[in-house]
Design a protein. Structure first.
Length: 82
């Protein structure tokens, strides 16, 4: 299992979307434990090393290293890529 690191902008977004926070955290934790289980919801972002995890209308943008998953952005699908 990889460690999940949530950067301050992503933590702020979680506080903003309180109703969805538990579901979003559960999905990123599930990806950390078993990446193959979420494989159809994860895609690479064009022009960067970041990946995105799709959870309904929300997206989690993160980077993955050998030991960590670094969450950089969390938000609704339209605004998270800005």
């Amino acid at each position: 299992m990889k460690a999940v690191v949530i950067l301050p902008p992503a933590a702020k977004a979680l506080r903003k979307h309180r109703t969805e926070a538990a579901r979003l955290l559960a999905k990123i934790e599930a990806y950390a434990v078993d990446p193959a289980g979420q494989a159809n919801n994860v895609k690479a972002l064009a022009g960067s090393t970041a990946l995105r995890l799709r959870i309904g209308d929300y997206r989690i943008v993160f980077e993955e290293t050998a030991t960590e998953i670094i969450v950089t952005k969390i938000g609704p699908r339209g605004s998270v890529y800005e």
